[in-house]
Design a protein around this ligand. Structure first.
Ligand SMILES: N[C@@H](CCC[C@H](N)C(=O)O)C(=O)O
Length: 280
């Protein structure tokens, strides 16, 4: 069966977006086929825009390897823009249901078009506990990890989906393709993990490269940028509000002290419309 889709991107983290009345059973196979950059459309994820009983709209996302992710910050921004411009342009504040919970989203609109999207990404979780409960920072921040003879320090932060944030000397030149897959599949992370390699340039400027679980290296990761600011702030290296510089552009992240929620602001863009005939 032919599928109509919209290609969207947030800082070069690109998605095939499909609006459906229910999640298809073969979503994992579809994701593998559609996301393939040689034999399919090519994308970092297949995103379903679905009706929701709890929120204005629901989102489900599948990685190119067919696994389902609980969360995707860049896709939430794209879904919010898609919903506003294609489905119901009434509310500039809406809620998006994800597998990680309900996300509140604020849209900045100019001449009927969304120019920036701010997402409340919720509370970060460290070792299964919300911060700032009485966690032992020494134990959860910048823990040592050894892989293939190399030593790293990582902070595991869940933004609904898992992240391991690793501080490195120079993120822009770091061999992400070499170490990303080794850390993603390290036995310490039973559900595998997204891996963020960061360099704190100044308390409000962080360079980040990312190796995404089930994807590979991508140009940007919204939930990863949130995790990076949380980890850097907990390590005392950055402030709770910072700009994260990614290969695809910048995200503004603010970890609110009062609510403990992390807010992410960035763009969401339409790329093109298409029809996909599906596998033979
Ligand atoms: N690019 C995303 C995260 C997508 C999901 C990730 N690969 C996972 O498996 O958790 C983002 O912008 O947050």
């Amino acid at each position: 069966m032919t599928w109509s889709f919209t290609k969207m991107q947030g800082l070069g983290n690109d998605f095939v977006v499909v609006s459906r009345s229910a999640l298809p059973e073969d979503a994992p196979e579809r994701a593998r086929a559609l996301c393939d950059r040689h034999f399919g459309v090519g994308a970092d994820g297949l995103v379903f825009v679905l009706p929701s009983e709890k929120a204005d709209v629901a989102m489900r996302i599948f990685n190119p390897d067919g696994t389902e992710a609980e969360q995707c910050g860049n896709a939430v921004r794209c879904v919010a823009r898609y919903f506003f411009e294609r489905i119901s342009g009434e509310k500039r504040e809406l809620t998006v249901e994800t597998r990680a919970g309900l996300q509140r989203v604020g849209l900045e609109v100019s001449k009927g078009r969304v120019v920036a999207v701010c997402v409340d990404m919720g509370r970060p979780i460290l070792k299964g506990r919300e911060i700032p409960t009485a966690i032992d920072r020494e134990r959860v921040v910048e823990e040592p990890l050894e892989v293939d003879g190399a030593r790293f320090r990582f902070t595991a932060v869940s933004m609904g989906n898992p992240h391991a944030v690793v501080r490195v000397e120079d993120a822009p030149s770091f061999p992400v393709e070499k170490w990303g897959p080794r850390l993603e599949t390290h036995p310490l992370f039973p559900r595998k993990t997204n891996v963020e390699f960061i360099t704190v340039r100044s308390p409000r400027e962080i360079d980040m490269r990312v190796w995404e679980r089930g994807v590979g290296q991508t140009l940007a990761c919204g939930s990863g940028a949130c995790a990076a600011v949380v980890a850097a702030a907990l390590a005392g290296k950055a402030e709770r509000e910072a700009t994260v510089h990614l290969l695809g552009g910048d995200l503004h992240i603010r970890w609110d002290e009062k609510s403990d929620h992390v807010f992410m602001t960035g763009p969401a863009e339409f790329v093109f419309e298409g029809k996909w005939p599906g596998p033979e």
